[in-house]
Design a protein around this ligand. Structure first.
Ligand code: GRG
Length: 296
């Protein structure tokens, strides 16, 4: 019989560890204003789901926290870069993020753009400079991260998002394709890079990728649901934004109940994908369940 995991305290201690590492990783000098702009968004809280997934997948594959930490930190930098850019007036045009005014509201659009760019390039540099692992694994991590944010990942997904604005005829396939790129790809990359650094074989990496894509889409469905059902205090960002912008969302296309059912099915299927990890699957399953029950 497997020991039950105390997920809340595990998440809390991993978040603290990651926050300490982020604070350390970002002491890089450079222009003061850029440094302040980066810190403002990177150290503003956040659930740290992507780095936690990376550390957990690495441990499930037999690797150490140390070997995965530079990539875990890089994933949070990349995620923060996408949030800063996503909030810009030319994109989603948001005023609040992580419980405070968005980056461009405080530092202006130019600095916000540059902070995102700087996080993007520095994240990859950080992995290269600090990962103590075989070169082939480090190169695979770098390739996975680049692919994930590039044309076939977050940037490609954002293009679909921009093109979808004001369109009333968006179907479920287009919506899923966009979120697979925008949200699913980075969550999946977190699990894949963790597994690669932990020394998982190809079959396990494939399973990790499939699990990551499914929990990534479920994460986005819950995000859409929370936009309808939560408050600014709970979310740390503006609620009912999708409705106001007449955006295509899962609740709009499927309704709340059906959306929740779809997320539940995805999580159940993701958990099956990783059974091959044996005992190591348990914390990954607990994180998948957390994604369904999260309140912000
Ligand atoms: C390459 C810099 C760069 C950008 C690519 C702008 C853009 C193009 C993509 C946007 C991707 C994006 C922001 C998707 C939304 C993903 C999502 C559900 C974010 C919320 O994540 P949480 O809930 O946030 O984990 P916290 O604050 O907890 O970290």
């Amino acid at each position: 019989m497997l020991k039950q995991i105390d997920l809340p305290s595990r998440l809390r201690s991993q978040r603290e560890l990651i926050n300490r590492e982020l604070e350390r990783a970002i002491q890089i000098g450079g222009p003061d204003e850029l440094y302040r702009t980066i810190r403002y968004s990177l150290l503003a809280g956040g659930k740290r789901v992507r780095p936690i997934l990376c550390l957990t997948a690495c441990a499930a594959s037999g690797g150490s926290t140390e070997v995965a930490m530079p990539t875990a930190v890089a994933l949070e930098m990349l995620h923060t870069a996408t949030l800063i850019h996503d909030d810009l007036p030319s994109m989603d045009n948001d005023d609040f993020r992580r419980g405070r005014p968005t980056n461009h509201k405080v530092f202006g659009e130019g600095m916000a753009l540059l902070a995102g760019d700087a996080l993007l390039s520095y994240s990859l540099e950080h992995v290269l400079l600090h990962t103590d692992a075989p070169t082939s694994r480090v190169l695979r991590v770098i390739h996975t991260l680049l692919h994930t944010i590039g044309i076939h990942g977050a940037i490609g997904g954002q293009v679909i998002d921009v093109q979808m604005a004001d369109r009333e005829d968006v179907d479920l396939a287009t919506l899923e394709s966009m979120h697979t790129r925008k949200t699913g790809a980075l969550l999946s990359a977190a699990v894949v890079t963790g597994a690669v650094l932990g020394g998982a074989d190809e079959e396990l990496v494939r399973r990790a990728e499939s699990y990551g894509m499914k929990i990534g889409l479920a994460f986005q469905i819950i995000d859409d649901i929370l936009d309808v059902t939560s408050s600014l205090d709970e979310l740390g960002k503006t609620p009912h934004k999708d409705e106001k912008q007449r955006k295509a969302t899962f609740p709009r296309l499927l309704g709340l109940d059906q959306s929740r059912r779809r997320a539940t099915e995805l999580v159940a299927s993701a958990k099956q994908d990783i059974e091959l990890f044996g005992a190591g699957a348990q914390p990954l399953c607990a994180i998948a369940d957390f994604i369904l029950t999260r309140t912000h």
